[in-house]
Design a protein around this ligand. Structure first.
Ligand code: NAP
Length: 285
């Protein structure tokens, strides 16, 4: 990588940030396309967030990715936000556009592109259950609704958070069928899952250090397609159980890849080299 006076800078801000794989993915893509860009990690403490965001403009950066814990807090310092970012109440990508800081959320689009392009699953008309009611669940629920998924059921340990998520979605996307909140676990949840074609784990249950099952594995029925948004470990206990039953399943690497690809397009205006980015991510694991 030749850094010179014309190199354009993008990056990622978070706290902590040392675990991120995004620099590997994006720098591999810049190299593959011969773009004079560099992607850097920036450790930004919450009390330095405002300064860091203003720094994007001051330094003339192209933009940044935003990760935990800044996805919501950064919104206060932006000039504009897409409707999608407002619906989700979170920004994961910032672009400096003609002097204005514009916030996007590429998680939902990344999830859908993964689902349709990599996984060959079209959610239109299909009944889906999303486990979880945090940021990732919000992105997935909104994208499934916008994609006219048949019915979306939101199952969460804290039932009130599932209810809040569904109410927010009804307000933001009034022309789509209402998502249904259910407690996790519950008999109601089990009954709904029985008629679902797609199950998405958007809880943190199964992550490294939190290895467990987010639901009773006996509920995984024939024909159910399972996506676990977790990518570390690559094989969660949920995916092991799904595979044992011969179910079609995938981890969260594809969503990570495509949310990055959508951000790449926004920063460079170029089609991202998906396979180069995928290889960089897979090698990192
Ligand atoms: P978050 O906002 O912290 O939400 C965490 C969710 O997990 C909440 O619904 C929480 O339920 C639930 N949960 C946590 N511990 C639980 C337990 N012991 N039993 C049952 N439920 C539990 O996190 P997030 O940002 O949405 O991320 C969720 C997951 O998605 C993480 O594993 C993250 O790595 C993954 N993710 C992947 C991608 C990707 O690109 N593949 C992108 C974003 C996130 P309560 O409401 O009851 O606390």
């Amino acid at each position: 990588m030749n850094i010179d006076g014309k190199t354009k800078v993008v990056g990622i801000i978070g706290h902590p940030i040392s675990h991120t794989f995004s620099p590997l993915m994006h720098n591999a893509a810049f190299r593959a396309l011969g773009l004079n860009y560099v992607y850097l990690p920036f450790e930004v403490r919450p009390d330095a967030l405002e300064e860091a965001i203003h720094g994007i403009r001051a330094l003339g950066m192209v933009g940044v990715n935003v990760t935990v814990p800044h996805k919501e807090a950064c919104m206060a310092f932006l000039d504009e936000m897409t409707q999608q970012a407002q619906v989700l109440g979170a920004v994961n990508t910032i672009v400096l556009h003609e002097g204005l800081l514009v916030g996007y959320n590429t998680d939902g689009q990344g999830f859908l592109r993964f689902l349709k392009e990599d996984f060959s699953f079209n959610p239109k008309g299909k009944k889906a259950m999303v486990l979880g009611a945090g940021g990732a669940a919000r992105a997935v629920v909104a994208s499934l609704m916008e994609e006219e998924s048949g019915e979306v059921v939101v199952a969460n340990r804290s039932f009130h958070r599932a209810t809040c998520l569904c109410m927010d979605m009804v307000r933001a996307l009034p022309s789509y069928p209402q998502p249904i909140p259910v407690p996790l676990p519950s008999q109601l949840m089990a009954e709904h899952l029985d008629t679902c074609q797609l199950l998405i784990n958007a809880t943190s249950v199964g992550m490294r250090g939190q290895e467990a099952l987010p639901l009773e594995p006996a509920l995984l029925h024939e024909g159910l397609v399972v996506v676990d948004l977790i990518y570390n470990p690559a094989q969660t206990m949920l995916l092991v159980e799904a595979q044992k039953r011969g179910l079609k399943c995938a981890n969260g690497l594809g969503m990570l890849l495509y949310q990055g690809a959508v951000a790449f397009e926004k920063w460079t205006g170029q089609h991202p080299p998906i396979e180069v980015m995928r290889k960089a991510l897979e090698e990192a694991f």
